[in-house]
Design a protein around this ligand. Structure first.
Ligand code: BGC
Length: 888
């Protein structure tokens, strides 16, 4: 629909009045140009990559009226658009899918996006690139190789090969995948700054390969390539309750490498993994992604990855079959050591026993720098808590670990010194969740806080959200939520970085919006949805943890958890305006919904875990699970409509209606109480949209009363906390929601913060005896709610990707200032309010080429103005630009 026709005449007038001629001088540019949501990606396999960009134009009403994309194999070809030339397309779209000539493997493409602004003035973009990698599996030349050792052997293997570059090198790419984890070295240098590659997948279904540009690492003549392999989830040697040590795919780590060199004369040569590689054991004498890493510096082989090294004592590598029949490109933001954190304090108990404190809880590793006599054994025990006596307490995180002996202590790195001077140690193939590190040494050591730093590791997704307010506790909650979200993002979302590292689906459904408001996570979610597709059984059932080796198909996998399959693609559609993932998952969502329909023909389902880790009251599983099932059916119907599947759209809309009717017949009473009227019982139907329109006010009123009776404190578990704040603020009770959200006594988020939390916890009770990891994201809806319930930034399902933004802030009692922003596909949306001299000032920024529907809350005795004009009606439609509202 044309933007102008959507404007009411009053709001159009406003938009025009606010147009400031001064801003016309601002520069118009094409910004944030990406391919598959990454800047200049290399090693992609997709035949139809997506291009996205942003119009940078500060002018009021800024709009893109047309775009043109040109693609070619050289900059000269690009000018002609030899691979693809869309010509000028009259459109305001900022997402286009490549539809040019078939893309060729191992080929770099140059592309440019040009735009026309609101006046039709054309602007040429900058040249960007994308590069195709293997494209199909047949293009691999190498063999998967490993060493001859058994799965139980602990030391990590090294592999090496020397080759001679015959001619002058123009460019070189290393394509590498592994069963397990790898570090790649060329001429002694570690390649890239990724950690924990490849990302975890179900290894017998799909293996991910990574592409590195190694042009600058290669030398004329002889070169050495080295690979160090870790176990990761592939060869899980530690024993815990999820049975990964019995995984079908388990084997000695293995890798496949093609190093493709292009010479200046245009010829190419590929140096591949094969039986001509040499192998030996490394000083990494044990590595477990789950527990820790052990390193014996005395076993170092200096120069092992350089040409000068004598490898005559090394053994020959052996080849093996590919772990799966599907090797595809890993095109996503990688895991990195994102932040270095200095030690905040050190406590010495003796000259061989110290406890280091980072001052905050993180996922990641420590780097310990130390000098001492050869043979000194140092144990570094990482934990989240300390006992009253100051020693590290592991009792909240080692509960599911089932060690066979004492050789693999939980979250405890072990290093053995070589006595050759100071050295730094940090695990290659393990990460942990910790704040404290307790050092125990077999010989005296003189340590200060300089001896250790922490690295916060996670998928390095760009931050796109900000929150700041006049309440420091709220700001700290937001910080803690982000820390827990990121601590649980390692190429798949996890529940906690210490006790499990499992891809718990329920936790991810809860945290998905929090993640999307705060971080540009599409690449991670698209990868994780491919993991879902790999794991789905032919009957539609999904496991509760993904990826899995088989655990979780029989427990914990009802719709309250595994609705990830529908909800995540839907949220990605809302936040990015891209229906690709919905289309990719469509059949899987359908299979899943059909399965529930078949098993629960009444429309009510008892399948699920229910309101996990509640404060005190427990709601029926059928009540909460049916809400999730209803939403899945609705999403399926909407997706069908979007994808042109009309019959399905109708069928699943009817199913949703059937579920809703059955649900309300069973649970809703005439007085607007669901079941027993508990917080979760009222919140879930409201939030997930099952309440009949004419009953909403009653139910919401009952919820507000219930919350008041509970002294404005939570009485919910994981499912209730997802719903409650939204259910209140969406239905006229934002003040009540804020009172609950900002609570600082038990049970609340603020209670954790007041007790020093820098991450979110798994249990409302800080002194709980179980389920008390200190870095869980499952109570993380608070993060998303701040953007929604206070800032009022919502995507509009009719114009997704924030093409039209809904701005419905709440100027709640008890808070003087609140500012939030989210950088969506069109740019940064700002929603910022403050109370001043009896007035409320509300500033908004709507990015170029997008619009906003502003819904201001009614404030008793106040009128809203924009400039000198009174705002009439309940909503105001605005064009891109900056606006200042005043309520006085
Ligand atoms: C996990 C949770 C998960 C739950 C499901 C726990 O062990 O840590 O976050 O969702 O199990 O039951």
């Amino acid at each position: 629909m044309n933007f102008l026709t959507k404007l009411s005449s009053a709001s159009l007038l406003l938009a025009l009045l606010c147009t400031s001629p001064v801003m016309a001088q601002s520069t118009v540019a094409v910004a944030d140009v990406k391919c598959e949501y990454l800047a200049d990606p290399i090693g992609m396999d997709t035949p139809h990559p997506r291009f996205t960009w942003r119009l940078q134009d500060d002018r009021q009403g800024a709009k893109q009226t047309a775009y043109r994309i040109v693609v070619g194999k050289t900059v000269a070809e690009l000018a002609k658009g030899t691979a693809w030339n869309t010509g000028w397309v009259k459109s305001d779209a900022q997402l286009a899918t490549y539809a040019g000539a078939a893309l060729k493997p191992f080929t770099k493409y140059f592309f440019r996006v040009d735009v026309a602004d609101k006046g039709g003035v054309k602007k040429t973009g900058k040249v960007s690139t994308f590069e195709i990698g293997m494209m199909t599996m047949d293009n691999w030349k190498g063999e998967w190789i490993t060493d001859i050792n058994d799965v139980a052997l602990k030391p990590a293997p090294y592999f090496r090969k020397v080759f001679s570059a015959a001619k002058k090198i123009k460019s070189a790419r290393a394509y590498i995948t592994a069963g397990g984890l790898f570090e790649l070295y060329v001429n002694g240098q570690k390649i890239g700054n990724h950690r924990m590659d490849p990302m975890y997948t179900r290894f017998d279904k799909r293996n991910l390969y990574i592409t590195h540009d190694v042009t600058a690492n290669l030398l004329a003549g002889k070169n050495a390539v080295g690979v160090l392999l870790g176990n990761g989830w592939y060869n899980h040697q530690s024993t815990a309750v999820w049975d990964f040590h019995n995984a079908k795919w388990r084997a000695r780590p293995t890798f496949l490498l093609d190093l493709r060199v292009t010479y200046t004369d245009g010829s190419t040569e590929t140096i591949s993994s094969g039986q001509d590689w040499k192998t030996a054991l490394s000083p990494v004498i044990f590595n477990s992604i789950y527990t820790a890493e052990h390193y014996d510096a005395r076993l170092e082989q200096p120069g092992w990855n350089t040409i000068k090294f004598d490898d005559s004592a090394w053994k020959t590598a052996i080849s093996r079959q590919s772990p799966s029949k599907n090797i595809v490109a890993q095109v996503m933001h990688p895991v990195r050591n994102v932040e270095e954190i200095a030690t905040k304090s050190v406590k010495a108990f003796s000259d061989s026993n110290y406890v280091f404190d980072l001052g905050r809880n993180i996922s990641g590793v420590s780097k310990f720098t130390v000098d001492g006599p050869a043979g000194t054994i140092i144990r570094l025990k990482h934990g989240e808590r300390v006992y009253a006596n100051g020693h590290v307490d592991m009792s909240n995180i080692d509960v599911h670990y089932r060690p066979k002996d004492k050789s693999d202590p939980f979250q405890t790195d072990i290093i053995i010194l070589d006595g050759k001077g100071p050295k730094s140690f940090s695990p290659h193939f393990n990460y942990k969740g910790f704040q404290y590190v307790e050092v125990n040494s077999s010989a005296p050591l003189k340590l200060t806080h300089y001896n250790m730093v922490g690295y916060f590791m996670h998928s390095d997704v760009p931050a796109v959200g900000k929150v700041s307010s006049s309440n420091p506790t709220v700001d700290k909650m937001w910080y803690a939520t982000n820390n827990s979200y990121l601590s649980n993002l390692f190429g798949y979302p996890t529940d906690c970085p210490q006790r499990e590292k499992n891809g718990w689906t329920g936790d991810a459904t809860i945290a998905n919006e929090t993640g999307l408001y705060g971080f540009d996570g599409i690449t991670v979610y698209e990868k994780w949805m491919a993991d879902h597709r790999d794991e789905q059984k032919p009957d539609g059932v999904l496991p509760s943890i993904i990826p899995t080796d088989g655990w979780g198909y029989d427990w914990g996998n009802g719709p309250d958890w595994t609705s990830t399959i529908a909800m995540i693609p839907w949220n990605i559609y809302l936040f990015y305006g891209d229906k690709h993932l919905l289309a990719e998952c469509y059949d899987n969502i359908k299979l899943y919904v059909d399965h529930i329909d078949e098993k629960y023909p009444t429309g009510l389902t008892t399948w699920g875990l229910g309101d996990w880790v509640p404060v005190k009251s427990k709601s029926p599983v059928e009540l909460t699970s049916t809400c999730y099932y209803y939403k899945d059916a609705l999403i399926l119907s909407s997706a069908a409509k979007l994808l042109g599947k009309t019959a399905d759209a109708e069928k699943y809309a009817a199913l949703a209606e059937k579920i809703k009717t059955a649900f309300n017949q069973k649970y809703l009473k005439a007085d607007g109480i669901y079941n027993n009227g508990l917080q979760t019982e009222l919140s879930c139907p409201l939030y997930w949209g099952l309440v009949p329109d004419d009953m909403k006010a009653k139910v919401a009123g009952n919820l507000a009363k219930r919350v008041e009776a509970d002294n404005f404190h939570l009485d919910v578990g994981l499912l209730g906390q997802k719903a409650i704040l939204n259910a209140l603020s969406d239905n006229g009770y934002a003040d009540v929601a804020y009172k609950v959200a900002a609570q600082e006594t038990y049970p609340s988020w603020g209670w954790w913060i007041k007790n020093g939390a820098t991450t979110l916890y798994e249990n409302w009770k800080i002194d709980a005896k179980n389920d008390i990891s200190l870095n869980h994201i499952m109570f993380g809806e608070i993060g998303a709610w701040l953007y929604k319930g206070l800032g009022g930034i919502y995507p509009d399902a009719d114009q997704p990707g924030f093409k039209n933004v809904i701005l419905a802030p709440n100027f709640v009692n008890g808070l003087d200032r609140f500012e939030t922003s989210h950088k969506g596909p069109y740019g940064t949306i700002l929603s910022s309010w403050k109370k001043e001299y009896g007035k409320v000032i509300y500033n908004v920024e709507i990015p170029a080429n997008s619009t906003a529907t502003v819904k201001l809350p009614t404030m008793p005795g106040m009128k809203a103005y924009i400039g000198v004009n009174e705002v009439k009606g309940t909503t105001t439609q605005l064009a891109a630009g900056k606006y200042r509202f005043e309520l006085r």
